[in-house]
Structures are given as C-alpha cells and as structure tokens.
Design a protein around this ligand. Structure first.
Ligand code: FAD
Ligand code: NAI
Length: 478
C-alpha cells in the first residue's frame, strides 16, 4: 500500500531536517528522504546535508584543531609556556573531525525517532499529482518506492561549482569535500576563489604549515562585507602568510606527475605560472535539483538553477515549498533552518515571517569576521543619513588578557532615529558577539538601547557596547 504523509521533506540538510522536526511538532505526519551516503561506513544515507557532512561542522572542527596547533607554536610563549617538538598528527585531526560529524549526524537520527519522522532512504523525484497529494518516487539501488504527500518541502541544497574543463578528483584538485580531508599538509596549496570557503580552508592549512596562495577573479577583496572590514582583513591575512592575488583569470590547470601547474593572467593581463601540490576550487555553489523531475508537477528552475519561490518560500505548485540553498538568498545553514521553520508553520496556517536583513554572516578566519544588516557602502548608495561608531579590541581588558587584540566593532545607526542599521565585527569570537547585534536589530533597537544595557565585565561584548556609545561620541574607554 502507498504510504501517505501530510508533509514530505526532500533532503535532510539543515533546512530539511529542521522543517521536518517543526512540522512534526505541529502535529503533522512527516517523512523525510535522503540519499547521500558521504563517508558512512555502512553505506547508509547520512543526515545533516552539506552542513554536517562536508561544510560548517567539519570545517569548524578543523579550524579548532589548526588554531590549537598555532596557539601552542606561536602564542603560548608569552604566557610563559614553552612547548618543544610539537607535532601535528593530521590523521588524528581528520579522525576527530569525522567523529564530530558522526556524533552530529547520528544525533539527527535520534531526533527523527523522537519526533516520529519517517526516514525514507533514497533519492526523491516527482512523479505527478493525484487527489491525495503529490506522488514522489523514492529511488534506491535495490528498487523504488512511491509515496504521496499533501505538502512537499524541497530542501535539496547545493553543490560545489567547478571550473570548466578542470576535473575535481577530490584528492589533489578538490572542492570542499576533498579539501576537508587531506591526509597530509600540502606543501603548496593553491585556492581558487577568495570567498568564505577559500579563506576558511586556506587558513586551516596555512596554520598547519602549507604555503597558501589564493587566486581571486574579482578586483576587490571580500566585496560583500563592509569596506573597513575587508581592508582590515586584507592587511591581517597576508601578514599571517596567506598570499591573496586579486583580479586574476585562470587560463589553464595542468596536473602532472610532480604536481599541479596553474597558469593565470594577473589584473594587468601578464601571464604567471603557479606550482602547487594541492588545489581547492571554491568559486561558489550552485543549487541542486539533480533528477528531481520538477517538470512532473509543472515547476522549473530559473536561469541560475534556483527554484523560484515567493517571500514565504512557496513555489508555483500549491502545497510545494522550497527552502535553503536551492532558493534565492544567502547560502547559509541558519537561513535554511529559519526557512524550514517558516514553511512548516505556514503549512499549519500560521503567519511566520523572516527579516533577511537581520540574518548574520560569519567567516571563521582568525580573527573571525561577522556582520548583520547594511554595510557603510550600501547606506551611502541608498543616500541614508547615518552615524558610525567604532571601537577596537585592543582597548578591551578581556581581549588583552586573551591575547586576541586584532580588529574592531563598527556600528552603523540612523542619524535621526538612532536605530541600528548594521554591525560589523572583525575580531576574536565575532561569531558569538554578532548574535547580540542580530537580536538588537530584530527588536529595532537603537544604539542607545545597547549602550544602556549592562554588559558583563571583563568581556568582549563590552566592545559592542563601546561601539554603540561611539556612535554618539561617548565611548568611555577611548
Ligand atoms: P544541504 O545542506 O545541501 O542539504 C541538502 C540535502 O538534500 C543533501 O543531504 C542532499 O544529499 C539531499 N538531496 C538532494 N537532492 C535530493 C533528492 N532528490 N532526494 C533526496 N535527498 C536529496 N553555512 C553557515 O551558515 N555557516 C558555516 O559555517 C558554513 N560553512 C560551510 C562550509 C563549507 C565547506 C560549505 C560547503 C558550506 C558551508 N555553509 C555554511 C553553507 C551551508 O552548509 C549550507 O548553506 C547549508 O547546508 C544549506 O542547507 P540545505 O538544507 O539547504 O542544503
Ligand atoms: P563564495 O561565493 O563565498 O566565494 C567564491 C569566490 O570565488 C568569490 O570571491 C568569487 O569572486 C570567486 N570566483 C568565482 N569564479 C572564479 C574564478 N573563475 N576564478 C577565481 N575566482 C573566482 O563561495 P565559496 O567560498 O565557494 O562558498 C560557497 C558558499 O558556501 C558561500 O557563499 C557561503 O554561502 C557558504 N559558506 C558559508 C560559510 C560560513 O557561513 N562561514 C563557510 C563556507 C561556505
């Protein structure tokens, strides 16, 4: 007999698994299908999508290991701690990362059981529509099963974009998947694309001793971030040993017995050759609708491959929603999760809403970069009257004690109402500090609200408060 569900979720990434849980909390019968096995020893589909298996979580585990290695080697001496003969066991680091991933993905399986979500192990594709709902085929190597659902949430995520004619083998020429599991530290690593993955993964392998060159096609560095943050990062990263070349054009990548040769033209058009033993291609990601058969229910992707949706993530097919990386907007796990919650609540007849302007961004480099809201260049382009307040970490006691003094917090506020319009941080723990700014913006707080809120001392959060005071020329410790 054909199984019937109120809600079927296709894809168990952060968008999919969270929407399945929320739909179940709201009383629906829910199924979620997932096909990708990643490195599962039993060949079972792994839950958690890109984020847990080949993205956020494994990358941050490597960030932590490589930062620990760098601290022991370069920062502990000033504390009076000497460590000699420090070695890095890359195999152990990769094993630890795999263990973190396994704990997280197994945790989702438990959450599915707790929430009575039916896990359908296989690839979902649309077959058509009947009076009972949408028919979806769940394809497995051993045979297909068809299920029917009144509502379908498409959460099929994204995949790495590759350079034309350059084969990614995920051993020497890698995308995110291979770049997260090198078995040894590359001697010379070439990263194509100075975006989020390039900077985070490039930093990991640089800390462990690789000579890292990042080749970026855009003439400006970190164009999406506030210019002052990009400028500061552009000073700090090369000092750490990451060589960033802007405005290049890749002409050829040749894999030989002795390594990889990258031929590129610089911003002036002059030709260069770069030799390396490993390469990471991180030039963005593309939405994944492989073998989903959208046309069976009258849907098609837009010219960039995304599934068109409205502000509530509803597609043109009634009862079919699409969320996360497969639709417009930033490709971020927390964006996918929030959209997952939103559509489940919509299916339940609620009126949820997401303010995308309050969605934080983080880049897990050292120091971290984080922002929420508008950049100064965006406010200028809008002709909005604003005030800026900036406060450096070096003037904060906690930052000095930690030995993490690089960077600053910048707050941008409306010149008349004092409402916070954007907060930009480069500094230690920016990923956690930005949450206060996002909350303040969700509540349409003013800089005065933040300035009058008692912050713990000594803490890095005091820098945010000082930046709020600085918008009115009242910083206390500067
Ligand atoms: P995905 O996580 O891609 O999940 C989609 C799932 O659907 C996959 O498991 C796929 O196998 C499955 N699927 C696809 N088609 C089908 C089908 N037809 N049938 C069944 N299953 C299917 N974001 C952050 O916010 N913070 C970070 O620190 C961060 N770090 C990242 C680091 C890296 C290296 C990468 C690559 C990405 C990172 N991201 C980060 C982005 C984040 O991983 C994505 O935005 C997020 O995973 C998107 O979630 P999703 O649910 O839309 O899709
Ligand atoms: P990205 O969009 O962040 O950066 C890609 C970079 O490659 C851009 O700077 C682009 O100009 C450059 N580029 C494009 N084509 C090129 C070419 N032919 N030659 C040289 N450079 C080229 O994409 P990335 O780093 O691949 O990451 C994909 C997505 O994953 C991000 O957009 C982000 O949404 C997500 N992610 C988020 C993280 C976080 O939140 N901390 C961490 C890692 C990824």
């Amino acid at each position: 007999m054909i199984k019937k569900f109120d809600v079927l979720v296709i894809g168990a990434g952060p968008g999919g698994y969270i929407s399945a849980i929320r739909a179940s909390q709201l009383g629906f019968s829910v199924a979620c299908c997932e096909s990708k096995t990643y490195d599962d020893p039993d060949g079972e589909p792994r839950l958690g999508g890109t984020c847990l298996n080949a993205g956020c979580i494994p990358l941050k585990a490597l960030v932590a290991s490589s930062e620990a290695y760098e601290r022991v080697n370069h920062q502990y001496a000033e504390h009076g701690i000497t460590a000699t003969d420090v070695t890095m066991d890359v195999g152990q680091m990769i094993k630890r990362k795999a263990d973190v991933v396994t704990r997280m993905t197994s945790g989702i399986k438990l959450l599915f059981r707790k929430n009575r979500i039916t896990l359908l192990k296989g690839h979902g594709s649309f077959v058509g529509r009947t009076d009972d709902g949408y028919q979806v085929r769940i394809g497995t190597p051993t045979g297909d099963e068809e299920v029917v659902a009144r509502n379908v949430i498409i959460a099929t995520g994204s995949k790495a974009r590759h350079l034309p004619n350059i084969e990614v083998d995920n051993v020497t020429i890698c995308d995110n998947e291979g770049g997260l599991k090198f078995e040894t530290v590359p001697k010379k690593l070439c990263v194509i694309g100075a975006g989020v993955i390039g900077l985070e993964l490039g930093s990991v392998w640089r800390r462990l001793g690789a000579e890292v060159t990042v080749l970026e096609s855009m003439p400006t560095f970190l164009a999406a971030s506030d210019e002052s943050i990009a400028k500061e990062a552009g000073k700090l990263f090369p000092k750490q040993g990451i060589n960033i070349v802007l405005g290049i054009r890749i002409d050829e990548v040749k894999k030989g017995r002795n390594g990889i040769t990258v031929s590129y033209a610089d911003a002036q058009g002059a030709g260069h050759k770069l030799e390396c033993d490993r390469m990471i291609v991180s030039i963005g990601r593309i939405p994944n609708t492989d073998k989903l058969d959208l046309e069976a229910i009258g849907l098609k992707t837009d010219e960039r491959g995304f599934i068109p949706v409205n502000a509530q993530c509803a597609t043109a097919a009634p009862g079919v929603y699409a969320i996360g990386d497969v639709v417009r907007g930033p490709m971020l796990a927390h964006k996918a999760e929030d959209e997952g919650v939103m559509v489940a609540e919509e299916i339940a007849g609620q009126k949820p809403h997401i303010d995308y302007n309050c969605m934080p961004w983080v880049i897990y480099t050292s120091p971290e970069i984080a922002w929420v809201g508008k950049t100064e260049q965006q406010l200028k382009a809008e002709g909005r009257a604003y005030k800026a307040g900036k406060f450096p970490f070096i003037a904060n006691g906690r930052a000095l004690g930690l030995g993490n003094v690089d960077g600053f917090v910048k707050m941008l506020v409306d010149a008349t109402t004092d409402e916070i319009l954007g907060v930009h941080i480069i500094g230690s723990e920016a990923s956690d500090l930005i949450a206060e700014a996002a909350l303040a913006m969700e509540f349409h707080a003013s800089a005065e609200d933040v300035a009058r809120t008692c912050h713990p001392h000594p803490s890095l959060s005091e820098v945010l408060r000082e930046a709020a005071l600085a918008t009115d020329g009242r910083a206390l410790n500067m």
